[in-house]
Design a protein around this ligand. Structure first.
Ligand SMILES: Cc1ncc(COP(=O)(O)O)c(C=O)c1O
Length: 245
C-alpha cells in the first residue's frame, strides 16, 4: 500500500508512527518495519518516525527496533517529553540521518533560537540516570495507564457488543483506544449529545482528510488522564449516548 501511495503521490517525505500510533494505538510489527524501510530505500523517500508514545509500553514487551534502525540514511526519528513529563514543555529530540544533523539544528534555531532553558534543565534533571527519576516516573505512568486501559477494555466489554457492530482496540501501549461502531453511527453528529451527557471523545473523522476514506463511525477514547472509576462511568455514558443515536 505504501509502495502504491508513493508511486501515485511522489512524496518527498512520509510521516509514520510505528509505536502505539495516535489515534489507533497500533504497534507495527518488526517485519512491517523492515518492509517499509526497503520501500523507502527503493524509492529514495524520506520518513519522519514519530516516537512520542514509544516509551509508553503497557505490557511486558518493549516496541521492536525503530524503523530508523533499518533505514538510518532516510528516517528522521523524533521524540518528545510531552507524553512523559508534561505537555507544552516543547522539548524533544531528533535522530537525523547524519547528512542532515547540522541542517536540522539550523532550521530549529530559525523557529525559536532555543527551547526554554528552564524546561531544558528540568528535562535534563529527569533524564539524569544517576538521579533515577525517569525510571521510576515511567514505571508509575505505565502502571497507572495499564490499570486505566484495562478498565476501559472491561467497561467497553460490559456496555457495548461486538455482535452489534462495535469493535475496539486494546492497545499494548500509548494512551488511546480506537472505537468503531456500525456504519450508520456518526460520532461527529453525536458529539454535542455526548458532551451534554458528560463524556467526551475525539470523533474519528478528525484524523482523516475529508473524502471517501474518512471514517465517521469511529472515535478515539483517551484512558490516560481519567481514574478507573470515572472510566467506567464515562463508558456507561458513552454507551447511553450511542444508543440514542
Ligand atoms: C502523534 C504525536 N506526536 C507528537 C506529539 C508531541 O508533540 P509536542 O512535543 O509538540 O508536544 C503528540 C502530542 O500530542 C502527538 O500526539
Amino acid at each position: 500500500m505504501l509502495d502504491e501511495a508513493i508511486k501515485q503521490y511522489r512524496p518527498k517525505l512520509v510521516s509514520l508512527m510505528p509505536d502505539y500510533q495516535n489515534p489507533t494505538g497500533a504497534l507495527m510489527p518488526i517485519s512491517r518495519r523492515k518492509e517499509i524501510a526497503d520501500c523507502l530505500q527503493r524509492h529514495s523517500v524520506y520518513a519522519l518516525e514519530d516516537g512520542a508514545y514509544s516509551h509508553l509500553s503497557l505490557d511486558e514487551r518493549e516496541p521492536p527496533a525503530p524503523l530508523q534502525s533499518f533505514a538510518p540514511n532516510l528516517v528522521f526519528y523524533a521524540t518528545s517529553v510531552s507524553k512523559l513529563l508534561a505537555p507544552a514543555m516543547r522539548i524533544g529530540g531528533l535522530v537525523a540521518p547524519s547528512a542532515y544533523v547540522e541542517k536540522a539544528a539550523e532550521i530549529k534555531s530559525t523557529f525559536n533560537m532555543q527551547a526554554s532553558a528552564i524546561h531544558q534543565d528540568v528535562t535534563a534533571c529527569f533524564l539524569d540516570e544517576r538521579r533515577g527519576h525517569m525510571v521510576s516516573h515511567l514505571k508509575l505512568l505505565q502502571d497507572t495507564y495499564r490499570v486505566r486501559r484495562d478498565a476501559m477494555a472491561a467497561a467497553l466489554d460490559a456496555h457495548l457488543s461486538r455482535d452489534n457492530g462495535f469493535n475496539w482496540t486494546v492497545p499494548r501501549g500509548g494512551m488511546f483506544v480506537w472505537l468503531e461502531g456500525p456504519s450508520s453511527l456518526n460520532f461527529s453528529e453525536l458529539f454535542d449529545t455526548a458532551l451534554n451527557n458528560g463524556v467526551a471523545y475525539v470523533p474519528g473523522s478528525k484524523f482523516f482528510e475529508p473524502g471517501p476514506m474518512q471514517l465517521h463511525n469511529a472515535a478515539r477514547l483517551n484512558f490516560a488522564s481519567i481514574p478507573e472509576q470515572r472510566i467506567w462511568e464515562g463508558i456507561g455514558r458513552l454507551a447511553a449516548t450511542l444508543a440514542s443515536g
